[in-house]
Write a protein that binds this ligand. Structure first.
Ligand code: GLN
Ligand code: ZN
Length: 755
C-alpha cells in the first residue's frame, strides 16, 4: 500500500525558521540568508519523508507565515494598501502578515483567524471589487522544482479555490461568486504550469467541505471544479479534506472527476458510513486519513488495521495517509530526552508518524499482519491504557447540580461588587501578561538549566512583579495584574503544577506566523497537588491598594491547548481540570484576592465544526466546566474571564451563561461587529471589548481608542463597559506596551469627561 503525507511542519525541529524570520524582521540578516534557512528546512523535511519511504510527499506546504497568505499572494489578492508600500515581494508579504509602520507609513496587518478547530491561525485575504484574481506568484512552482532537484517528485499542495473564497473576506459590492471565473482561470493556469514542470499529482486542500454548507456553497464548489477538472492536462487531482466528514455532498463529490479523494477517518466520524452507504468509485484513489495529524499518541494498530480492512471492502485503491497536515503535531521525539521511557513509548510526533505510515502500509500487505512483531508490540502497548491511576473519577461522580450554579444571581452580585470594589466608571485593566522580555525569559531558562535555585528565581519574579505594579500605578490603570512573569505559557504553567501532565522540551507547534506553542500532554488523571499562583498574587496585592486580579487559565482552555488522552472523554478531562482550578480559585479568595480572572482564551476553538454537534459534543460540558470553577466563591468576589477572538456571535448566550461577572475579548480586528450581537442578546456580563490590537507592535493613537470606545458605547451600557487591550501583552516589547497603555488611559479620561 502506498503512503501519503498531507503536509509537514515548517518551522524546523528547533524552530529554525522562527528564529531566522525574527532576525530578518530585526534587520540582522538579509532576505538571502532567510531564504537559505528556508530552503535548507524544506530539503530536510523532504528528505525525512523520503527516507521514511513515504510515496506521496507534499511541496508548497512550507510557508514563511501562512498558507492562506501564500495562496492570496499567488493569486494576486494583495490589497492596494500593501502594494503601494512599494516593497519587494518578501516584504510585501510580511507587511500583509504583520502590518507596516515605518517611514511615515502605517498599514495594519490582515486579520487573523483560527484555522477550523485547531490552534493554528490563518491570515484572512481581503478581496475588493477591483481585486484582479490572477496567477502572479511563483512559490508553488519554485518549490516543486526545488524538490525535483533533490530527486523527489512531490505533489504540490494548494489551498483549493473553494476554501480560499469561503475564507477570504469581500469588502465591496461583489461577493465570492463574482470572482469564480477569475479564480478558475488562475487555477487552470496553475495546473497547466505544474504539468509543464512534470508534476503528476496536485493536492487541493478543501477543508471547508467539512463545514455546514448550503446549496449556494455547493453550486460554487461545483462550478469551480467542473471547470478546473475539465482542464487537467493529464495531471491527477487529489481533493483533500480534513477535520471532519463530508456528509452533505458526499455522493455528488465522488461523482466529480477527481482522481483521488482524501478523507479524514479520525475526526470525520461519518466518512466511513458514507462510503458504506454510497460506495467509493473504483476509478479513484482513496487517501485514507488514519494516522492522526492532530494528536501525539502512537497509532493504535489494531484500530487502524480494522478500519483499513473495512475500507478495503469498498476500494481496492487505498493510500494510507495522515488525517490532516502534520503541521499540528510537533516535529520529533528525538529531543525529548527527559521523557521517561514508560511514557515516551506511547508517543509519535511527525517524524515518528512517518514511520507508522510506512510500517502499517507494509504490514497490511503481509499474509497475516497479526503475527508480525510490530503489530504484536503495538497491541501489547495498548493492552492497558496509558493514563489509568488515582481516584479522581470518583470526585467527578460526586458532583451534583448545585456545584455548577453560583449564587446569588449575577445582577445582584454586580451591585454588591460595585460597592465593594469602588472602581471608577469605565475601569481600565489589562488581560494579564506583561512583556516577556529577555530578562524575564533569562530568569526562567537559568532556573530550568539549574544555574539558579528556586529562591533566586522567585526573587527575580517578585522584583518584576513589583516593577509591573509600580508601572501600572504610574500609568493610572484601575485594576492591576501581576504580569505573569512566572509563566511562559498560560497552559504549560498550569500543567506543570498539576498532577497528570507530561511535558516536552522541544515539542513546538506553530500557532501563527513565527509564534509556536508547546502544548503539554494529559497523560493520566489530573489533580492539583498544591496552590499554584497564590503566593505571586498575594505578593502583588500586598504592594498596592488597587485591586490586583488573580490570574488563572480555565479548564476548557487548558484542555483545548493540551494534547488530550484518547482513552477517556473530553468531558471527564474538563471536569478533572475544573476541580483543580476551583481549588485554586478558593485559595486565592482566601488569600484576599478580590478579583479573579479565569481565562478561557480557547473556548471557541474546539467548537465542533458542525452546528448539530455543538451542544452534545462540546458546549454542554464546556460551559459547565467553567461554572464549576467559580460557583463556590463569595458574591462580592468578581470573576472575570477572557476570550481571544470575539467570533462568538453564535454562542453569545452560552458565553453569558458561563456566568462570569466580566469578560474581556478581542474586538478591534473584527471591527467591533460583536457589539451588535451583545446588544441584541441582552448580554448581561460586563464587557471589555479590546480597544486596540496587541498582535502587532503598532501603537494606537489616543483618538483611535476614543473612537473605538465611543462606538462601543453606542451598543453597551455605560456602567457595563471596561477598557482594556484585546489580549495579553506578553508578545510585545516594553516601549510599545507602555506607550499604548498610556494612550489607553488618556483615552479613557477623555471618555469619562464626556459621560
Ligand atoms: N492572561 C493571559 C495573558 O494575558 C491571556 C492570554 C490569552 O488570552 N491568550 O497573556
Ligand atoms: Zn487573548
Amino acid at each position: 500500500m502506498n503512503s501519503a503525507v498531507i503536509g509537514f511542519p515548517r518551522v524546523g525541529t528547533l524552530r529554525e525558521l522562527k528564529f531566522a524570520s525574527e532576525k530578518y524582521f530585526r534587520g540582522e540578516i538579509d532576505s538571502e540568508e532567510l531564504e537559505e534557512v528556508a530552503s535548507k528546512l524544506r530539503a530536510t523535511h523532504w528528505k525525512n519523508q523520503k527516507d521514511a519511504g513515504i510515496d506521496f510527499i507534499s511541496s508548497n506546504d512550507f510557508s514563511f507565515y501562512d498558507g492562506m497568505l501564500d495562496t492570496a499572494v499567488l493569486l494576486n489578492v494583495i490589497p492596494k494598501k500593501y502594494k503601494e508600500l512599494n516593497l519587494d515581494e518578501l516584504d510585501t508579504y510580511f507587511s500583509m502578515a504583520r502590518g507596516y509602520q515605518k517611514d511615515g507609513n502605517d498599514v495594519s496587518a490582515l486579520a487573523m483567524k483560527k484555522w477550523f478547530n485547531t490552534n493554528y491561525h490563518y491570515m484572512v485575504p481581503e478581496i475588493y471589487d477591483d481585486t484582479e484574481i490572477k496567477l502572479t506568484g511563483k512559490k508553488v512552482f519554485k518549490e516543486f522544482q526545488e524538490a525535483e532537484k533533490q530527486g523527489i517528485k512531490t505533489k504540490p499542495v494548494l489551498i483549493g479555490p473553494f476554501t480560499f473564497l469561503k475564507l477570504a473576506r469581500c469588502y465591496g459590492e461583489k461577493n465570492a461568486k463574482d470572482f469564480s471565473d477569475d479564480i478558475i482561470k488562475a487555477y487552470i493556469e496553475i495546473v497547466r504550469k505544474l504539468k509543464e514542470l512534470g508534476a503528476t499529482w496536485i493536492q487541493f486542500d478543501e477543508p471547508s467541505l467539512v463545514t455546514d454548507l448550503d446549496d449556494n456553497d455547493w453550486q460554487l464548489f461545483k462550478k469551480l471544479y467542473l471547470e478546473i477538472l475539465g482542464n487537467k492536462y493529464g495531471i491527477k487531482i487529489l481533493l483533500q479534506t480534513y477535520f471532519g466528514d463530508i456528509r452533505d455532498y458526499y455522493d455528488e463529490i465522488i461523482s466529480l472527476d477527481f482522481d483521488g479523494i482524501g478523507l479524514d477517518f479520525i475526526e470525520g466520524k461519518e466518512n466511513i458510513n458514507l462510503i458504506k452507504k454510497y460506495g467509493f468509485p473504483s476509478d479513484k484513489v482513496l487517501f485514507a486519513g488514519l494516522i492522526n495529524g492532530k494528536n501525539i499518541w502512537k497509532a493504535n494498530y489494531e484500530r487502524v488495521f480494522s478500519k483499513l480492512e473495512e475500507l478495503k471492502e469498498y476500494s481496492s485503491n487505498i493510500v494510507l495517509s495522515t488525517s490532516c497536515s502534520l503541521l499540528h503535531v510537533p516535529y520529533t521525539l528525538e529531543h525529548e530526552t527527559d521523557l521517561k521511557p514508560v511514557v515516551k513509548k506511547y508517543f509519535a510526533f511527525a517524524i515518528e508518524k512517518l514511520q507508522e505510515l510506512k510500517e502499517i502500509s507494509v504490514l497490511i500487505e503481509t499474509d497475516d499482519y497479526k503475527v508480525e512483531k510490530e503489530f504484536a508490540e503495538n497491541r501489547a502497548l495498548y493492552s492497558k491504557t496509558a493514563g489509568e491511576n488515582s481516584g479522581e473519577i470518583s470526585k467527578i461522580d460526586r458532583l451534583n447540580k448545585d456545584d455548577f450554579i453560583r449564587l446569588p444571581k449575577r445582577s445582584e452580585r454586580q451591585k454588591l461588587q460595585k460597592k465593594v470594589l469602588n472602581l471608577p466608571m469605565f475601569p481600565t485593566t489589562t488581560i494579564g501578561s506583561f512583556p516577556q522580555t529577555t530578562e524575564v525569559k533569562k530568569n526562567r531558562t537559568s532556573f530550568r538549566n539549574g544555574e539558579i535555585g528556586k529562591e533566586q528565581y522567585d526573587r527575580k519574579v517578585y522584583e518584576l512583579i513589583e516593577r509591573c505594579i509600580r508601572k501600572q500605578e504610574e500609568i493610572g490603570i484601575d485594576v492591576l495584574v501581576h504580569g505573569e512573569y512566572e509563566r511562559n505559557d498560560m497552559v504549560e504553567f498550569f500543567g506543570e503544577n498539576l498532577d497528570g501532565y507530561v511535558f516536552t522540551k522541544k515539542a513546538w507547534v506553530q500557532s501563527y506566523g513565527t509564534r509556536c506553542v508547546k502544548p503539554p500532554i494529559i497523560f493520566s488523571d489530573v489533580k492539583r497537588i498544591k496552590p499554584i499562583t497564590v503566593e505571586y498574587s498575594k505578593y502583588a496585592q500586598s504592594l498596592t491598594d488597587k485591586p490586583v486580579k488573580g490570574m488563572l487559565t480555565g479548564p476548557v482552555t487548558i484542555l483545548n491547548w493540551s494534547f488530550p488522552r484518547e482513552d477517556i472523554s473530553l468531558e471527564k478531562m474538563a471536569y478533572q481540570i475544573a476541580i483543580a482550578i476551583r481549588e485554586e480559585v478558593l485559595d486565592l479568595e482566601k488569600a484576599g484576592i478580590k478579583i479573579i480572572q479565569i481565562d478561557e482564551a480557547a473556548l471557541k476553538e474546539k467548537l465542533p465544526i458542525r452546528k448539530s454537534d455543538w451542544y452534545s459534543e462540546y458546549l454542554d460540558f464546556a460551559i459547565k466546566a467553567f461554572r464549576l470553577c467559580h460557583s463556590g466563591v463569595k458574591p462580592e468576589t468578581q470573576i472575570h474571564t477572557h476570550m481571544c477572538y470575539s467570533e462568538f456571535n453564535e454562542i453569545i448566550k452560552d458565553i453569558d451563561n458561563m456566568d462570569a461577572d466580566v469578560i474581556s475579548f478581542e474586538a478591534s480586528r473584527s471591527k467591533l461587529t460583536i457589539l451588535d450581537a451583545l446588544k441584541a442578546n441582552n448580554f448581561e456580563t460586563e464587557v471589555g471589548p479590546g480597544v486596540y490590537d496587541i498582535h502587532s507592535p503598532r501603537v494606537p493613537f489616543v483618538r483611535e481608542i476614543v473612537e473605538a470606545i465611543e462606538q462601543m458605547l453606542e451598543k453597551i451600557d455605560k456602567d457595563k463597559l471596561w477598557i482594556n487591550p484585546d489580549c495579553g501583552l506578553k508578545t510585545r516589547g516594553i516601549p510599545e506596551t507602555e506607550a499604548s497603555l498610556i494612550n489607553l488611559v488618556e483615552a479613557t479620561k477623555i471618555i469619562r469627561s464626556r459621560y
